[in-house]
Design a binder for this molecule. Sequence first.
Ligand SMILES: [Mg+2]
Length: 227
Amino acid sequence: MKTLLLWDIDGTLIASGGAGMTAMRVALQRVFGVDGSIEDIEFAGRTDRWIARRVFEKFSIAVTEENFTRYFEGYVAVLPEELARAGASARVLKGVLPLLNAVAMAPDVSQGLLTGNLRRGAETKLKHHGLWKYFPFGAFADDHELRDHLGPHALQRAVAHTGITFPRKRTWVIGDTPHDIACGKIIGARTLAVATGSHTAAQLAEHQPDAVLPDLADTNEFWNIVG
Ligand SMILES: [Mg+2]
């Protein structure tokens, strides 16, 4: 039986030390000439396109495809500088690297991304830490503005890449927010919540994922859950 793992990025694999939000704020200034705080906008578990729409609404910028494109170009251009500026606070979370290596060695397991990042943002963040190579396919904010709609895109790409149709009971959506749990449940996948982002284990448990872990440090415990 084949297993599919679909990973969230921020708060699950890495902490970006605020680089993502700062890059969004700097791009707002560079592209639209608007200097303003976006800290009141919810980032965790949301897609970059959802976030951009709230930024536009807050600062009375027209919500047009052209403006999404301009803003995302600006964001992707700024992101590498901000990741570098974040220094050690942009980091791979505990246990993630050995776990990804273990998954890559496991013959019956495939892994991809299910993230609210734009594809180019995901690539920039993960390449910064040498993790991009682990994820040959994924679903991104480019696919849909709402995270709840990303699951089918991830499944489709998993089939296209591997030629395998994974049973839903062996498909795991792994993330750090209630939004990750919800988007996994919508496609009938199993859900594993990790309390390394903005939510505690108790808060995540309220949303009834199949499992909750404090972090990904215990590779054996991870395999006990998804294996
Ligand atoms: Mg996250």
